[in-house]
Design a protein. Structure first.
Lengths: 108, 102
């Protein structure tokens, strides 16, 4: 992978993770908690893929092989951070929705 | 033939657009235009294009894009992550041309 491919693949994996997380949120909103959790576990795998690519360049840098710090690389890290935060928060939201559904059922 | 690539900030798609322009030059295709923009601007600029190519990182906005494209009579596709991640401008260009022709 060349430098641009490394960056774009971080963005693609991170973006996938973010999309999967938002799909999970939508599913939870509709009461489909099992499917929502399935999406979250797929999102986790995509985040791991993005981290693996990132680790590669970190290892290379530690070994003395320095990359240029471009705006695009920073942008990729921004994507990864946004995706990680989305996944973490949405996991919490799923729990909240699940509790809300349970409470609604018990009062019915 | 006018192709628009959209993503969250229009930044990574700008890189792909530059590569696509080189590919277009290489293939000597005339009368083709490729631009990148942010999803926030899509509604304002969509009428100027024939086809919308969506970065996989904003796939979660597909319901909005689908609706907008249906209203304005435009075709769209989500670029597969593997092609996007490998910055494969050749495949992305083929994908856009096929979408317009079919």
């Amino acid at each position: 992978m060349d430098y641009e491919q490394i960056i774009l693949s971080i963005i693609a994996h991170a973006g996938n993770a973010r999309s999967l997380s938002f799909e999970a949120l939508q599913l939870a909103k509709e009461g489909n908690f099992q499917e929502a959790r399935q999406k979250i576990s797929e999102a986790k795998e995509e985040l791991l893929n993005a981290h693996n690519v990132q680790s590669d360049i970190l290892h290379k840098e530690a070994a003395g092989d320095k990359y240029d710090i471009s705006l695009l690389l920073i942008h990729a890290q921004d994507h990864l951070m946004a995706a990680t935060l989305a996944k973490d928060l949405i996991e919490e939201f799923i729990e909240l929705y699940e509790n809300a559904f349970k409470n609604k059922k018990s009062t019915e | 033939m006018k192709i628009l690539l959209v993503c969250a900030g229009g930044m990574s798609t700008s890189l792909i657009v530059e590569k696509m322009k080189k590919e277009i030059e290489k293939r000597k295709i005339e009368d083709i235009k490729v631009d990148a923009n942010t999803i926030e601007e899509l509604e304002q600029v969509i009428d100027d294009y024939d086809v919308v190519m969506v970065g996989p990182q904003i796939r979660y906005k597909e319901p909005y894009i689908k609706n907008l494209c249906a209203q304005r009579g435009k075709k769209y596709t989500i670029i597969p992550p593997a092609i996007y991640g490998s910055v494969d401008s050749t495949k992305i260009l083929d994908l856009a041309i096929n979408l317009i022709n079919n």
